[in-house]
Design a protein around this ligand. Structure first.
Ligand code: IFM
Length: 454
């Protein structure tokens, strides 16, 4: 199975999950610093204070990416490292760090794909109300301008947000991610501010003094499967799809909220200003899809908004996180997005799995389950491409095992490179070596029988 010429192969990462150096060189506190320093929030009381120490070890990690023959690296910037107070004064040492990382990637012929925001909001802005506060949209636009003015001469591919649905809903509704609030009304308001911020930042990135930028966002997506064939369950699945997959995509592409509610609209729930939808609409140059699994959804009259609930899928094969392994979810999702936006290129900005396999007696990490997972998901991606989807690259989550949010450092290992968090020693896993072969040959050796052997 070959991939289109020029197809990009990379890994994805996020500032808080790998950088460490949480209070070095003038960096401000982020909501994830505050959250992980609050007892009881993170498994084992761990934090990203040091994480993979990428702040000091980025040269080594970029050398590994180069050794693997990868052509692109997705990374995110820490807003409080660059603007410690969220808006206003810029910390030049923060920008210097990202200069070093971008220059090192380019020196290894690896394209930097930069995400502006992967969840580490400056705590000062949370103190002003966080994402439910509309003012944040403009602060975010200003941050985007600072960043693109500085890096835009070298960075050509930008993602505005990583998984806007996840950080608004888990952060402000479910309360299991920073800032840990459980306020349903505020959560929906947060989604509106983030949509405004997305539109404003897209313009800021395009107005940069540098060369033209390609602008997208990395959306969390899961193919939604109805719990049964009943009309009610199918309706619920469609509403779930619109809310969880399209809430930030249809807005930016078309300037309207998807019709996800059983009764009423977004405008009945949040005040939408007269020009808001115009501001929000800023069609993206590419669509980033982060996909790990599927969602199985049933009708639920107790949910007054979506009248839907996610239920257990029941697949036997799951990752250590308990996420169902459903490779066809990737082709289904890609083909659906491609059908909705046939002229917009798609990139898989995240896909991967958590399996805890560690070093064996010979020192190697033989993570065959990860290889099996990746091979089957990539085969499905290849199938979607053959059916006409314009997919131009794949970023596996992630390079090194890292800080997996509430699961801490040791809870879930997603890396193709083992990280010993005590010694900071790295070992390229067998999956990393396998992925390197795929990237180098731009092709997948797919044997359906072997690929199911676990
Ligand atoms: O680690 C996360 C990442 O930050 C966002 N997408 C999902 C990954 C695995 O949970």
């Amino acid at each position: 199975m070959t991939f289109p010429q020029g197809f990009l192969w990379g890994t994805a990462s996020a500032s808080y999950q790998i950088e460490g150096a949480w209070n070095e060189d003038g960096k401000g506190e982020s909501i994830w610093d505050r959250f992980s320093h609050t007892p009881g929030k993170i498994k084992g009381g761990e934090s990203g204070d040091v994480a993979c120490d990428f702040y000091h070890r980025h040269r080594q990690d970029i050398a590994i990416q180069s050794e693997l023959g990868l052509s692109a690296a997705r990374m995110s910037l820490s807003w409080p490292r660059i603007i410690p107070g969220g808006h206003g004064a810029v910390n030049s040492k923060g920008l210097d760090f990202y200069d070093r990382v971008v220059d090192e990637l380019l020196a290894h012929h690896i394209q930097p794909w930069v995400t502006l925001y992967h969840w580490d909001l400056p705590q000062t802005l949370e103190d002003k109300g966080g994402w439910p506060n509309r003012d944040l949209a403009e602060y975010f636009r200003d941050y985007a301008s600072v960043v693109v003015d500085h890096l835009g001469d070298r960075v050509k591919h930008w993602m505005i947000f990583n998984e806007p649905w996840v950080f608004t809903i888990l952060g402000y509704l479910a309360g299991i991610h920073a800032p840990g609030r459980r306020e349903p009304g505020e959560a929906i308001r947060a989604t509106h501010t983030v949509n405004l911020a997305q539109g404003l930042a897209a313009r800021a990135l395009r107005e940069s003094r540098g060369k033209p930028a390609m602008v997208g966002t990395a959306f969390s997506m899961a193919a939604v499967h109805a719990a049964s064939d009943s009309e009610e369950d199918r309706g619920a699945a469609e509403r779930w799809h619109r809310f969880s997959n399209l809430w930030f995509l249809e807005t930016v592409m078309q300037g309207r909220y998807p019709e996800a509610y059983l009764h009423g609209t977004m405008a009945d729930r949040v005040e939408i200003g007269p020009n808001d939808l115009e501001t929000i609409k800023a069609p993206l140059d590419f669509i980033g899809i982060n996909l790990y699994s599927r969602a199985v959804v049933a009708h639920d009259p107790a949910n007054h908004h979506l009248a839907a609930k996610q239920i257990r899928g029941g697949s036997e094969e799951v990752t250590d996180f308990g996420w169902e392994v459903v490779p066809e979810a990737l082709s289904q999702m890609v083909l659906r997005v491609a059908a909705d936006y046939p002229t917009v290129p798609i990139y898989i900005t995240e896909n991967g799995c958590s399996f805890g396999d560690g070093p064996g007696p010979d020192g190697t990490v033989d993570d065959q389950r990860r290889i099996s997972f990746m091979r089957r998901y990539l085969a499905e991606l290849n199938r979607a491409i053959r059916r006409g989807a314009d997919v131009r690259g794949y970023f596996t989550w992630t390079l090194t095992d890292n800080f997996e949010w509430t699961e801490g450092l040791h809870g879930q290992r997603f890396g193709i490179v083992w990280c010993d968090f005590k010694t900071q020693n790295r070992i390229i896993k067998e999956s990393g070596r396998w992925y390197a072969k795929v990237a180098r040959s731009n092709a997948l050796d797919f044997d359906p029988v072997q690929s199911h052997a676990r």
